[in-house]
Design a protein around this ligand. Sequence first.
Ligand SMILES: C[S@@+](CC[C@H](N)C(=O)[O-])C[C@H]1O[C@@H](n2cnc3c(N)ncnc32)[C@H](O)[C@@H]1O
Length: 780
Amino acid sequence: MPRPKKRGSRKPRNGGGGGGGNKPSDDYRTDLIEKADMHNERFTSYYKAQGIVPEDEWDAFLDAMRQHLPTTFRVAGSRQIANTLNDTIKNVHVPSLSNVIFEDQQIPPPVQIPWYPDGLAWQFNVPKKVLRKVPEFKKFHSFLVFETEVGNVSRQEAVSMLPPLFLEVEPHHKVMDMCAAPGSKTAQLLEALHAQDSITATSIPTGLLLANDSDHKRTHLLIHQSARLPSPALMVTNLDASIYPIIKVPASPSASSSSSSSSTETQLTQLLFDRVLCDVPCSGDGTMRKNMGIWKSWQPMDGNGLHSLQVRILHRAVKLLHPSGRIVYSTCSLNPVENEAVVAEVLKLNPDFHLVDVSSKLPALKRRPGMTSWRPSVDKAVTTSYATYAEFLSSEDAKEGTKLTEGHWPPADVDSFNLPRCLRIYPHLQDTGGFFVAVLERKPQAAESSSVTVKKREAEEPEEVPETKKPRLAGDDEEVQLAEDDTNMTPIETEEKTDDSALATKPEEGASSVAPDTKPARSKQEKKAKDGGGGNGSFKEHPYTFLSPDDPILLNCMSRLSLTSAFPSSHVLVRNPTGDAVRSLYLANDLVKSVIQHNDFMRLRLTAAGTKVFSKQEGGKDKSAEAQFRVLGEGLPVILPFVDPKTIIDGDLATLKVLVQSYYPLCATFGEPFRGVVEARPIGSHVVRFPPGEIDGAVLTHEIVLPIWKSNVSLTLMMDKKAKSALSLRLFGADITTAGRDAADRKSAALESGAATPKEDSSAMEVVQESDLLDTIDES
Ligand SMILES: C[S@@+](CC[C@H](N)C(=O)[O-])C[C@H]1O[C@@H](n2cnc3c(N)ncnc32)[C@H](O)[C@@H]1O
């Protein structure tokens, strides 16, 4: 008698199980598992059977997997400020951290990651208590936390920095990040799109970054993360990537940004992407060095259950790609079933694609070739005895309901796929997590003939996504249980009760043998995943409305801020049900505008578009066209190229110090000529330029431009509290802001009275004390 049908395995650890939030769950607290418990017989026997590393490297591999993962970060590469900051790290922090002894141990200073371009990525490995107790490290830690907060530094696991590097994004590219949350790679892609930003001004790239995630809550985390690099070229959607719909844009670029164009009068075509990142949900066993709970729970079926979803996401990427485009597929799993098997399956479905040889890229990166032989485990007991799917099918195990497909095994003609061109990164190679990357493009001749087809198709209406394939929403309808940390999803056993009716297409068993144009099948496990978004039943976001360039509020805002006629006023949008300029104004580039105008925002589940640049001043009572809008700190770099230079006020470092020190310094406190100039200005939003300078040992190494608000008699520096503290720390070596001083006072009062350090975080400085760079959100 057959055994009861085996239920689905586990949710993807890395981004598959619904979840946002940003705190580690106790299960995955790295300090709650002893080294002695870092064993898993199934893991050992499975990976030994696969031969993922040579026998004589096995101990080194396993030993590295048990070591604490170093902390790594990038200095945000798109900004000219990156080099200045990198110099600060090199010339100020590293020397001060070079001779630290803690509990009789020499603590090594941060070092540059050798393979990262321009030396902009760093790593260090110190216990948390060193960061908290050693003054030099504490200072460095505060510096990093603040710079992270303002977007100049991105805490990201080293291997997670790889996929965007292999994607080679340029500012004109149309880029799709299919599984983007929480957004560390999105940030990196945005930086590449903004490579032409100057030290004070953001460029408006002609390209586009469409960041998508099927988990609604996680898309908000993604929006929060990407707000650090405000971009008029960013859109965020909340869909199931495996059935991502076609996006329509005008066939002729000249029609794309015209305010009068609409889908009824304009010929539309499918938007094809130049670059697609598929950083898919995976079992995440390459992250065991930080998600140590995986040691306890790992089992071989995790990867088996994800294979089909991974194939379908990558296959969809192929369909969305421009003929000359490039796809990067990545996972933080070591399992060939989630890696090479997925790539081989998609190459089989798309014979015009091939793996790109990237062996000469990032030469200092130690890597191993992709595998050409593996054996999936057909059960939890790690039975890996079947060399082929056919062998498995004729076995007892197959009859007992195990959901495996031919695609789980290496294809018969495995050599034709060049799988060794994939990259495998193992922990013992260069002290990182485990990772997998594959770079796919169309074969050169296929790309050419495909280009011709695309040109022809430009005259036609784009193919619509059939109704039945419209994404079905899961994340919103179900109660999404947040894992405490994005990086640390708690694996949850899944049930298989999902209604299949709205899901694509074929039964799982046939997945490996589907014809090239057929969608790969969907596993039951993935159907259940709460993040398998789609449908728009409970989509509650507001629509996007572009203001008319004659909108009186917009005109008033432009004249008050002295914006020149070059300002793209036809690209300003609002988000509210009435489409009026009520509170916030956003700026989008041509492509973002075009996508919004020609696609239903509900169908795309469009969650964010463009970047917020103006906001109504809080407390303003004027509800008429005279309402006062101010330029936002984060919006200023985008607006700056359009501000009439004559109206920018000149300040100096002494002026900046006063503005940083108090919330509302009186105009009378400033020295001349600044005082005279601001006193003559009307109430409202103004822009001040601070050239490089020096006072009392504080050095401003490069020009900065900041927004201020002038009231009757006082000024306010319009910067987020944390950003202000970051600036203070960078310029004056201490947090001299009101919030910083208050926090320091409270802390010393608490210390004097013998009470614990205040827990409630009411100031920016306390944020630094309480937050920990080691806990910063990052998902590789
Ligand atoms: C490995 S994580 C992505 C990490 C992200 N690229 C980063 O660097 O921060 C995988 C993501 O895929 C999302 N996801 C899972 N299934 C999906 C699907 N069918 N379509 C789109 N996103 C999906 C998860 O919500 C998760 O955020």
